[in-house]
Design a protein around this ligand. Structure first.
Ligand SMILES: *[C@@H]1O[C@H](CO)[C@@H](O)[C@H](O)[C@H]1NC(C)=O
Ligand SMILES: [Zn+2]
Length: 292
C-alpha cells in the first residue's frame, strides 16, 4: 500500500517544474527529530508563533516552503532551496559561496536571511511565521546532497529508473530512498522514522557524533550564521562524491537504483536526516536565546 501511494505522489512531483527537495516526508522527519531536542522555551516560542500547540508544530509546516515556491508570491524563493556547487564529482567536491551562490540567492544565504529576520522580531507576525517555516524547511534541504550540487541541475537531468519506473536521480534521493527506509510518505511514517533516528542519537550509532554535528554552530552574527550553514552544505555536498555519484554519472544513468544503490545510500540518508534534525533543534534554541 505504502509503495502504491508513494508512486502516485512521485508522478505528481514529476509533473512539477524543478525539484521538490526531500519529499515532504523527509522534511517532516527532520522536524520530528528537531522537536525531540529543542528546549522547553524554544518549543513554547515556536508553538506560539506558529499558533499550534500540538506535538506536530514543526513537522506540520516543514514542507510548506515547497508549495510556496510554486505560487506567484513565492516564486522568488525557488533558488533558496539549493546551492549550485560547481565542483567536479566524483573526482572533487566542494562548495564555494562566492562561486556557487548566485545573485538570486541560495540555501546558505536563505538560512542566514530568515534566521536574521526571526532574531530581529521586527517583521509582521505573518512574515515571522514565514521566516520560521523557511528555516525549518531549509535546514532539511541543505542536508540533501543533490541540493548542494550543480551537476545536471542537481541530478534532475540524470534519467534513472526506480522499481521499473522512469524517474531521475534527484527524485530518487528526495523520495524513493527516504521512503524505502520509512516505509511510506505519510506524516506517521516520518514520525516513526524520526523515533528510530532519535534512538540512534540518544544511545546508538550516532551517540558519539551528535555533539560534533553542532560544534561551532552560531547565530551570533550574519557572518557566523553563513559560516555555519556553509559548513552544513559542504558536509552534504561531500556525499555527492562519496555516495550519490561515486561511480560517476554513467554508473547510474538509465540504471534501476532500487537495489544495491539504495542499500548503499540508506545509511547516508539516515545520517543526514538525523543530523539536520539535531542541528535544527540547536539552531532554533540559538535563535530563541538570541531574542531573549
Ligand atoms: C530575505 O527574505 C525576505 C523576505 O522573504 C526577502 O524579501 C529578501 O529578498 C531575502 N533576502 C535575501 C538576501 O535572500
Ligand atoms: Zn525545498
Amino acid at each position: 500500500m505504502a509503495r502504491i501511494a508513494s508512486f502516485a505522489l512521485l508522478s505528481a512531483a514529476a509533473a512539477l517544474p524543478g525539484a521538490l527537495a526531500w519529499g515532504a516526508m523527509g522534511h517532516e522527519a527532520v522536524a520530528y527529530v528537531a522537536s525531540n531536542y529543542v528546549s522547553a522555551s524554544t518549543r513554547t516560542f515556536f508553538q506560539a508563533l506558529l499558533d499550534d500547540t500540538s506535538a506536530d508544530y514543526l513537522a506540520s509546516v516543514a514542507a510548506w516552503a515547497d508549495s510556496y515556491r510554486y505560487t506567484s508570491a513565492g516564486k522568488f524563493t525557488a533558488p533558496f532551496h539549493y546551492i549550485d556547487a560547481n565542483d567536479n564529482p566524483p573526482a572533487s567536491c566542494g562548495v564555494d559561496l562566492d562561486r556557487d551562490c548566485g545573485a538570486e540567492g541560495c540555501v546558505v544565504r536563505a538560512l542566514q536571511n530568515y534566521t536574521t529576520i526571526l532574531i530581529g522580531q521586527k517583521a509582521s507576525t505573518a512574515n515571522l511565521q514565514i521566516a520560521a517555516k523557511m528555516v525549518i524547511h531549509f535546514a532539511g534541504d541543505i542536508g540533501q546532497p543533490l541540493h548542494c550540487e550543480a551537476l545536471e541541475i542537481g541530478g534532475n537531468d540524470i534519467d534513472v529508473q526506480y522499481d521499473g519506473e522512469d524517474t531521475n536521480l534527484h527524485a530518487v534521493w528526495d523520495s524513493n530512498i527516504p521512503e524505502s527506509i520509512s516505509g511510506g510518505s505519510s506524516l506517521s511514517s516520518a514520525k516513526s522514522w524520526a523515533q528510530e533516528l532519535i534512538k540512534e542519537i540518544d544511545s546508538g550509532a550516532y551517540k558519539s557524533q551528535a555533539s560534533k554535528w553542532v560544534s561551532g554552530l552560531s547565530v551570533a552574527s550574519a557572518a557566523k550564521q553563513t559560516a555555519t550553514a556553509l559548513g552544513w552544505a559542504t558536509d552534504s555536498n561531500a556525499y555527492v562524491c562519496s555516495t550519490v555519484l561515486a561511480g560517476g554519472v554513467s554508473a547510474v544513468e538509465k540504471q534501476d537504483l532500487s537495489g544495491k544503490y539504495t542499500t548503499a545510500a540508506q545509511p547516508v540518508v539516515d545520517l543526514q536526516i538525523a543530523k539536520q534534525g539535531y542541528r535544527l533543534a540547536k539552531w532554533l534554541d540559538a535563535i530563541v536565546a538570541a531574542i531573549q
